[in-house]
Structures are given as C-alpha cells and as structure tokens.
Design a protein around this ligand. Sequence first.
Ligand SMILES: Cc1ncc(COP(=O)(O)O)c(C=O)c1O
Length: 353
Amino acid sequence: MSRFVNQRVGALTPYVPGEQPQDRSYIKLNTNESPFPPSEAVAAAVAGEVDRLQLYSDPDCRALHRAAADYYGLEPEQILMTNGSDEILNFAFMAFGGPDRPFAFPTVTYGFYPVFAALNGVPCRQIPLTADLRVDPADYRGLGCNVVLANPNAPTGLAVTVDDVAAIAAANPNHVVVVDEAYIDFGGQTCLPLLAQYDNLLITRTFSKSFSLAGARLGFGMGHPDLIRDLNTVKFSTNPYNVNRMTMAAGQAALATADYYMDHCRQVAATRETTKAALREMGFTVTDSLANFLFAAHPAVGGAALYEQLKQRGILVRHFAQPAIENYNRITVGTNAQMQALLAALADILQGV
Ligand SMILES: Cc1ncc(COP(=O)(O)O)c(C=O)c1O
C-alpha cells in the first residue's frame, strides 16, 4: 500500500476472482464459463469492427439497446448495457447506496456485493441463509433498505420464486430491489414480468454465462426508465464508452442467434441433472441448483482437501473458505466429457479416503 492511498481504498479487501491459470491446461470448472464457443455470427461481427477501432463506440449503445429491448419485450429506455454485469451492480451501489442507504443481501452469495458496498461507503445488512442454504424471502420484507439478491443464488444455485421477489419489492417500496439474474437462463423463473408493476426493481443480466461471452465483458440492467437514467448518470460520470465496439457487435450478434445459445443452456441443464444424480450416488450432498454449476459436499472429505486433490488431477473447481459452506465446492457444469472426467477423478479420490 502506498502512503497516498485514501482511507476507504486502504481498508478495502478486494474481490478475488476465480483462478485463470496460464501454467497448464486444466479442465476448468471454477468460474461458471460456458463450455461452448460463441456462434459464428459473433466471430464475424467482432471481425467486422476491427477496421473501425480508431473510432469510439456509441456511448448510448443505441443498436444494442434496441436489439435487447426487442428480445426481452421492453423499451430501450429500460435497458443499460455495461462492461460485464459487475459494472451495472457497482453502478447500482453507487447510485442507490449511501452512508444512510444500506444494501441487504445474504451472508452466502456473490462475493462482490460486500466489496461494492465497502468501495462505495455503503453499509451492508447481511442476512443468514436457512439451515438448508436457502434465502428465506420473509427475511427481506419491510427491511427499509435496498436489497440485492442473486437469483438463482451463487454459489448454492438455489432460487426464490417470482412471487417471492414481488413480495419483497412490494414490501420495500421506497428502496431498490436488485435481482441479479446472471444464471437465469439455466433454470429459475425470471422476474422480467414484474418490471411493469414495480418501479423499484432492477434486474441485472450477463452475457458471460449463457451467451458464451465472458471474455468480451458484457452485462446489462433492466428496470424503470427513471432507475436506468440514474444508472446512466453514474455511467456518464465515470466511463461513457464502457462497452467497446467489438463487444457491442458481439452482443447484437449473440442476441440475433439466441436459439444457438438457449440450446446450449438446455444441454448444460440436462448435464447438470445427470451429474447431480451421479454425485448423490457417490454420497455427495448436492443442492438443487438451477444454475450452470453444482454445489456439493462429501461427508468423507473436506471441501478444501477435495479442491486440492481435484487440482492435482488437473480439474479446477471453486472452494470458498467461509464457515457456513467450507465443506462444499462449486463445480461449473461443462460438457458431458468434462463431467465424466470429474466423476472419474472423484471416484479415484474417494477410493483413497
Ligand atoms: C451472481 C453473479 N453475478 C454477477 C456476476 C458477474 O458476471 P460478469 O461481470 O461476468 O457479467 C457473476 C460472475 O460470476 C455472478 O456469479
């Protein structure tokens, strides 16, 4: 730390992203990326932007906002594209949080929420999960503060219903309820229909998972035009060209070929279910995840030890050293072949305990 750093940044514990190892090739099941490449239309669209890279991208992102509005049945004024969904989430903390405007979220959830809160000087109200790792919607009614819920939640994969979210939005009418739908295309019910009814609801999405574009960095928020205007104020006060030309083109081409991606999402969901059944056969406790990952613990081997032993066998999963979930590992659902390799490695490990 330098002697120049301010108090807030000096005190910050940054988010630790999942490993992106460059030393050897792993079966990478640790950051919930898609095992499938982008569509050919995306490759062509990105290539088509190269000879225009001397020009800034459209700061209003008009063509992509129009395409997303058409795809999701909204108006362009209800959408804001960002540099990954991490950016729209940070914008939400910046725009709606404050020293006297806390954000509530579960103790076990996406690890970036407390970091965004600390970065922006926003107090957190962290609410424990139930004993079976679920979000209890009743805990979020009438809190009198902003709320952010990942739905399905990460790393458990467990979801609440649209009715649950509606009740939370209705019970906190003077605060923003952010629903992070990063994993919604793999299962779960989207809260999009609630946007017509609740002006305090912000839904965030990402192209990183279901649209195979983690490396392009594209996410977005959907909500009432007034909420989107506030988030735009933050965007135009920080980085007006937050989405680059190649990524904008990739996003449009991805939406134009959405069937290709939704087919892959169905494949991932099917692989998730067969892998879950196989894990349970082996004695694992596995949550009923609706996301593109599984969350599993085994009574005979601790979470950290299992992570290490899989890594030694060339398979990367994600372990969180957090008391409530330290026996678990989060395992991204890959191809069927990758899952077979995982199950074989697990059988080998369990034989040795
Ligand atoms: C729940 C959740 N929200 C948001 C994100 C951020 O995704 P991105 O910034 O790649 O859009 C992630 C990434 O893993 C996530 O798990």
